[in-house]
Design a binder for this molecule. Structure first.
Ligand code: 6R9
Length: 650
């Protein structure tokens, strides 16, 4: 092996579920005999009606079909809660740590069961039925978990919308899912600041002219809200009316469990559909083996439940394994940059899973914030959301983990449901920056732009050749878009949208998106979404948005904006545009740099040449490539000449 390599330590080889030989044997079987392998793995779940069929999948663009365990039935909530009661009723299921360090709560499996059943009865009493879509717009409070599990219990399909999205983004997601029921709270709190979630919900309903809605409101802060009679309900008032007895709904393995909206390179965010059996199985299996979860471990994933990481690795994976999962309401630097490590010490966390952007920000705050804490409970560290640069990896390993804890760099996507490429801590030597090797059943490959498969140590576009149980099944009510987006570029294969390199040891290094998707602080967004927000401003004529390297966020948002004739370029206008984009999409989409330009580089057929814009954003002018097809080559000189006019904003 050529690079820095961190071999599996003898302690880890001895304690882990899987060692190298076992991984190799199981991986081989998962590829050679998927029906046998996944048929056995499926036994981890409790089924109401056992399956007799395992895999029924096709990536043929004329017949894209993804079905797992299709004649089995089960209930996801039962698998995450009820089935643990005989052995774990008094074990903590959820440890909740508030934004304010003096606020916390421990919820046992017995309490979780009772609260979820009551929550489910509130939904039922207010008309929610199997198959209905329920939008959840909540902060990181235990009610978010109760709400998701309550939906699963009664067969309703949840659609969680991240609390940082604007009223307009929320409105679009409610409307697309054709959802009549929203669960929100008076306010959320993060870093000591209140977020007006109920008001945003009111604004979303008004903006979308949405009718026949019901809004269930959790009281979190006690802040004042307007309650619309007949439409809005307080959760605490509803809970006293219902019993704690709520039978489970029998669901087919392929019945939808949830919709989660995610950004692509074109158009509005897509409603990614995940189903009950295969998804839960895959979330639980990956959680156990990749985090090497053992009974009694305290596990903490710092994601928000508004993202897929929160779904699979705060709620469904851990709870299906009967784990204790920590849920954190706050942010890494409040009240101080030691917060994560204080929480680790307070709850004696063993497994800690976060994002590179948080690691880089904390690295920037200095080692003192880490060194003044103990962290001896930590055994394993994880990373997700974007490529982790080796420098941040090594800091995480050395300073946070005291060079004792392996790091699992887990590559996956909203679409994949669970982790696809990652180390197994007892089975693989680590290389800083590499997601290492594929999980069971996952067959990654590299292709060039024509779809020719590349062999050996090379760079290319990352595809997956066959299905795994956690894969998304369709785009909500738009199967054609599903086929078009993922299976038409490289026919017969799933296209990830990512680029990757495979090294001499067969290790995978994800290099980032190769499409027009930005990854800002681990949040996914389409350049097209930001562009359409910008051009919706009355003074903007045209906009093009690209990513550029950003020391903390991974990628920053660089906007080229052309104003309508006669509009003056001012700093006020820049600030106004930033505010406008935040209002249209949400704070996560705040532009970092805005450059006003007289024109944009276009081909003679009018296509914006983003390749050139990306290079200028990266300050790499030496290598602009072929500009001969430009309609007006002078535009490029003008853009370069005016680059000092950009300004850090937001
Ligand atoms: C789970 C999640 C997916 C995109 C994905 C890729 C990037 C995620 C990564 C990673 C390098 C990792 N990504 N994990 N890149 N190394 N370990 O983040 O889902 O929000 O859908 O984003 O994130 O570019 O395509 P999602």
């Amino acid at each position: 092996m050529s690079e820095n390599v961190y071999p599996v330590s003898p302690e880890w080889a001895a304690r882990a579920w899987l060692d190298e030989a076992k991984y190799k044997e199981m991986y081989k079987r998962s590829i050679d005999d998927p029906n046998g392998f996944w048929g056995e793995m499926g036994q981890r779940l409790d089924w109401i009606k056992p399956y007799t069929k395992v895999k029924n999948t096709s990536y043929d663009p004329h017949d894209v079909r993804i079905r797992w365990y299709e004649d089995g039935s089960l209930n996801v909530c039962y698998n995450c809660v009820d089935r643990h009661l005989p052995t774990r009723a008094d074990q903590n299921a959820i440890i909740w740590e508030g934004d304010d360090p003096t606020e916390d709560e421990q919820i046992t499996y017995r309490q979780l069961h009772e609260r979820v059943c009551k929550f489910a009865n509130v939904l039922k009493a207010n008309g929610v039925k199997k198959g209905d879509r329920v939008t959840i717009y909540l902060p990181m409070i235990p009610e978010a978990a109760y709400a998701m599990l309550a939906c699963a219990r009664i067969g309703a399909i949840h659609s969680v919308v991240f609390g940082g999205f604007s009223p307009d983004s929320l409105m679009n997601r409610i409307a697309d899912a054709d959802s009549k029921f929203v669960i929100t709270s008076d306010e959320g709190v993060r870093g000591g600041r209140a977020i007006p979630l109920k008001k945003n919900t009111d604004d979303a309903i008004t903006a979308g002219n949405l009718s026949d809605m019901k809004v269930l409101v959790v009281r979190r802060t006690g802040g004042a809200v307007d309650m619309v009679p007949g439409r809005d309900l307080w959760l605490h008032e509803e809970l006293v009316k219902v019993s704690a007895d709520c039978p489970i709904e029998e669901m087919n393995a392929e019945d939808p469990l949830f919709i989660l909206y995610t950004s692509g390179s074109t158009g509005q965010p897509k409603g990614v559909v995940h189903t009950s059996g295969g998804y839960l199985l895959f979330a639980g299996l990956t959680h156990q083996y990749i985090f090497d979860y053992h009974d009694g471990d305290i596990y903490w994933c710092t994601a928000d439940v508004g993202w897929v990481t929160g779904h699979s690795y705060i709620i469904y994976g851990p709870l299906s394994n009967g784990a204790t999962t920590l849920m954190f309401e706050g942010v890494p630097n409040y009240p101080t940059a030691s917060r994560f490590w204080h929480v680790v010490d307070k709850w004696q966390v063993n497994i800690f899973y976060t994002a590179p952007t948080a690691i880089r920000a904390l690295m920037g705050a200095g080692d003192d914030f880490v060194n003044r804490t103990d962290r001896s409970s930590l055994r394993l560290l994880g990373s997700v959301g974007e490529p982790i640069n080796p420098e941040a990896w090594i800091w995480y390993y050395r300073v946070v983990g005291n060079s004792r804890c392996p790091i699992v760099d887990t590559w996956w996507q909203t679409e994949t449901g669970g982790i696809l490429i990652s180390p197994l801590p007892g089975a693989m030597a680590l290389k800083p920056g590499s997601a290492t090797l594929p999980f069971f059943g996952v067959q990654p490959a590299l292709v060039d732009e024509h779809g020719n498969e590349l062999e050996g140590a090379v760079n290319g576009n990352l595809i997956i050749k066959d299905s795994w149980p956690g894969q998304m099944r369709t785009v909500f009510r738009d199967h054609d878009r599903f086929v078009q987006t993922y299976f038409s570029t490289y026919k017969g294969n799933y296209f990830t949208g990512d680029g990757a390199r495979r090294d001499e040891d067969g290790y995978w290094w994800i290099t980032g998106r190769v499409d027009d998707v930005l990854n800002v602080s681990g949040h996914r967004m389409g350049t097209a979404e930001v562009e359409s927000a910008l051009v919706a401003h009355p003074k903007v004529s045209e906009a093009a948005v690209v990513g550029y390297p950003h020391a903390i966020k991974g990628q920053g948002i660089y906007c080229y904006v052309t104003l309508n004739a006669g509009e003056a370029v001012t700093d006020e206008l820049k600030a106004e545009l930033v505010k406008h984009v935040r209002a249209e999409i949400g704070p996560i989409a705040s532009p970092d740099l805005i450059q006003f330009s007289g024109g944009l580089p276009k081909t003679r057929s009018g296509k914006i040449m983003r390749r050139i814009l990306r290079k200028i954003a990266e300050d790499d002018f030496s290598n602009l490539g072929d500009t001969s097809t430009l309609a007006d080559p002078l535009v490029v000189e003008d853009l370069i000449g005016n680059r000092q006019n950009r300004k850090v904003t937001g």
